[in-house]
Design a binder for this molecule. Structure first.
Ligand code: ADP
Length: 254
């Protein structure tokens, strides 16, 4: 249930939503046991909007993340991504759409250890282009811009084990953004970082979403990190309990 005072926050962006999820439900079944992980979740996000999803462990955040990213199916409800009904696509269509439209950032940076930072970014570009009718060349100007933005310009020839955690996550973000996805889904991207690196990563993610007009949906259980968003969605027991306006920036003690 959405708090009445925040209902305008829920509906404000539906006109031109890039993510438009309606009444999503997900029930996991194992034998006779059923777990309702998601119940009647309706949310939308506009191009360039930054949304965080907060809630205690087990509240359904990851399940929602996997459904929005097309990595699992909802049991009920509909999901539109950029106007196309994601929930009704075949697996092949959904995979193609995911590669073209969505970039992922995870808590464990998931960089390929044998490749340099540059190699990791290049391979992400190649994967995003798989199945496309026309293969786009790597956008060197964007790569340069992202390397600048993420502060990794001098680190591109290094392998992940030669980089700090913060640097690895910044490479992982550049990797997610190189194909100019309309949507970036980030699952606890600062979960493995100390405060200083967390702040840097959050601010870079925020800045790149503004500059490249990318919609970011970020899961976090850190209430301070959540404030970087335009809107903060609070989940509990598989439901959206309330939606509040975020600060759009991090609050720092001076
Ligand atoms: P969160 O990310 O907020 O911790 P999850 O989406 O992981 O929440 O989990 C929501 C609920 O669904 C929890 O009760 C969890 O135990 C259950 N759940 C998650 N994944 C599975 C699964 N693959 N099989 C069965 N139950 C699951």
């Amino acid at each position: 249930m959405v708090n009445p005072s925040t209902s305008s926050l829920e509906t404000a962006v539906t006109d031109r939503a890039i993510i438009d999820a309606r009444h999503l439900g997900k029930t996991y079944r194992s034998g006779k046991l059923e777990v309702a992980a998601l119940r009647d979740v309706t949310l939308s996000a506009a191009p360039g909007e930054f949304v965080t999803i907060v809630g205690p462990s087990g509240s359904g955040k990851s399940t929602l993340f996997y459904i929005l990213g097309g990595l699992t199916h909802a049991t009920s409800g509909t999901l539109y991504i950029d106007g196309a009904e994601f929930s009704r696509m075949s697996d092949v269509e959904r995979t193609r759409m995911r590669r073209a439209k969505i970039g992922f950032v995870f808590q464990r940076f998931n960089l390929l250890p044998t490749l340099s930072a540059m190699g990791n970014i290049e391979i992400a570009h190649d994967i995003a282009n798989l199945g496309a009718s026309e293969k786009k060349p790597l956008d060197r100007v964007l790569l340069d811009h992202l390397a600048d933005l993420m502060g990794i310009k001098g680190r591109l020839e290094h392998r992940p084990n030669e980089l700090s955690g913060g640097e690895q996550q910044r490479v992982a973000i550049a990797r997610a953004l190189i194909s100019r996805p309309a949507i970036v889904l980030a699952d606890e991207p600062t979960g493995n970082l100390d405060t200083k690196n967390s702040e840097a990563v959050l601010e870079m993610l925020r800045r790149s979403s503004r500059e490249l007009n990318q919609t970011v949906l970020m899961i976090t259980h850190n209430p301070e990190a959540a404030q970087i968003a335009d809107r903060i969605i609070h989940m509990r027991d598989g439901e959206i309990r309330s939606i509040e306006k975020g600060m759009g920036t991090l609050i720092r003690e001076v």
